[in-house]
Design a protein around this ligand. Structure first.
Ligand code: HSE
Length: 435
């Protein structure tokens, strides 16, 4: 049986998960591919030895030992971040190795350099694990949905943020405690602000947008808001209004322009995405032929992500075996078909809104606030003010009908400038029932 040899850079959470998958699933992979896929070398600077069950795998501190090894066919980068990951990927490609990564920051920001270097060298780039952890979303887009014009993408794409929001919702748990837990479980990025501030979700959305619409997009094109300003009180009010708060990535294809945004969103309780809990992710596409597709699964973690990396390795191994390297273009569209498109300015967005205004409890405050909203054409759907304070501010919570983001921005700037308003208003966009 032909052997395909794999070198791995980075034996952290996902790296060790991949090693386990390749070891424990070896026979299954043989039955499915007719190939013996073996991890032969690991490069890592943080460990001094590999667990005993990997006795036949060589450990080195120097990634160059992998590039210079003529027996290695595929090099997997699992160290994360831009550098030295990018340099390692380019060196591996330059050495004629196929490459696989789970690195969404790298693919979303530096992908073009990597894809063009790989195209020149005639090698493949696998990045299934960069979006949705164990969910085979990249393969679904490249192959299963190939006959569709993708009309929209919407999803929960960060396990850590969803885990935090779920535990805050279900247990009233404190943000910091839950984040610590998510880090211990290996869900969070090395820098967890990426998870909390929506950056990791934006990396993943950028990758899906490129592949769905055949376009270039950079991170700066995506409007990004995270969950760090949310408080338990917002989660409680959301529940009273019949919503759950989720960190959503949303993109709609308007042909001549594309929406691209990541923000906390109030999702109606009966919506499918409201039931996605813990570290699970769910990615919903609409295609012109297929209509709705929902992909659901573990969005983070050692074994699910290891499974996705292994799937890329098997794909490449099969292509090596059948002499069909680059049978499927990396980004689903042929490189010369990828175009630039306009991004819809956020100010043009229309949706219902939730506002939590923190103001002194004085006669006339509510009418001043509603006067400002009415001046900007923003119509109130309902208002809640709970508690009474002789001194000190109270939350005034407002749900609006559909309004334009530009009007909302102006109105909130005016409201927040009022003397009676104690802190910046929290604004959460609401997903409409039919979306
Ligand atoms: N930190 C990421 C998450 C890992 O929590 O979803 C998977 O990309």
């Amino acid at each position: 049986m032909k052997e395909i040899k794999v070198g791995l850079i980075g034996f952290g959470t996902v790296g060790s998960g991949l090693a386990e998958v390749l070891l424990t699933q070896q026979k299954r992979l043989e039955k499915r591919s007719g190939l013996s896929i073996r991890l032969t070398k690991v490069a890592d600077i943080a460990i001094s030895e590999l667990p005993p069950r990997f006795a036949d795998v060589t450990l080195t501190r120097d990634a160059k030992d992998l590039f210079s090894d003529p027996d290695i066919d595929i090099i997997v980068e699992l160290i994360g971040g831009i550098e030295p990951a990018k340099t390692f990927m380019l060196q591996a490609i330059e050495s004629g190795k196929h490459v696989v990564t789970a690195n969404k920051a790298l693919i979303s920001q530096e992908g073009w350099d990597i894809f063009s270097a790989a195209a020149k060298k005639g090698v493949e780039v696998g990045f299934e694990a960069s979006v949705g952890g164990g969910i085979p979303v990249i393969k679904a887009l490249k192959e299963g949905l190939v006959a569709n014009k993708i009309l929209s993408i919407m999803g929960i794409m960060n396990g850590t943020a969803n885990y935090i929001l779920t535990r805050m919702t279900d247990e009233g748990a404190a943000f910091v405690e839950v984040l610590k837990d998510a880090q211990e479980k290996g869900y969070a990025e090395a820098d967890p602000t990426y998870d909390i501030e929506g950056i990791d979700t934006a990396h993943k959305l950028a990758i899906l947008i490129s592949m769905s619409y055949g376009m270039r997009i950079s991170l700066e094109d995506i409007s990004i808001e995270g969950i760090s300003r949310l408080e338990p009180i917002d989660i409680q009010f959301a529940r009273e209004f019949g919503y759950k708060i989720k960190l959503l990535a949303i993109s709609r294809n308007h042909d001549d322009h594309i929406e691209a945004r990541v923000h906390p969103t109030m999702v109606p309780e009966n919506h499918l995405l409201a039931s996605i809990n813990g570290a699970y992710n769910a990615i919903h596409f609409t295609g012109d032929m297929v209509e709705n597709v929902l992909l659901y699964g573990q969005g983070a973690g050692m074994m699910p992500t290891g499974s996705a990396v292994a799937a890329d390795i098997v794909d490449i191994a099969r292509n090596i075996q059948s002499g069909s390297i680059n049978r499927v273009p990396d980004l689903s569209y042929l490189p010369d078909q990828i175009i630039d498109r306009q991004i819809t300015p956020m100010e043009e967005l229309f949706c219902p809104y939730y506002f939590r205004i923190t103001a002194m409890d004085k006669p006339g405050v509510l009418s001043t606030v509603s006067g400002i909203l009415s001046k900007y054409g923003i119509s109130i759907e309902s208002v809640i003010q709970k508690g009474r304070k002789e001194s000190g501010p109270v939350p005034i919570v407002i749900r609006t009908h559909r309004a334009q983001e530009s009007a909302v921005e102006k109105a909130l700037a005016e409201i927040d400038a009022l003397e009676v308003v104690a802190s910046e208003t929290v604004k959460i966009r609401i997903l409409e029932d039919q979306e």
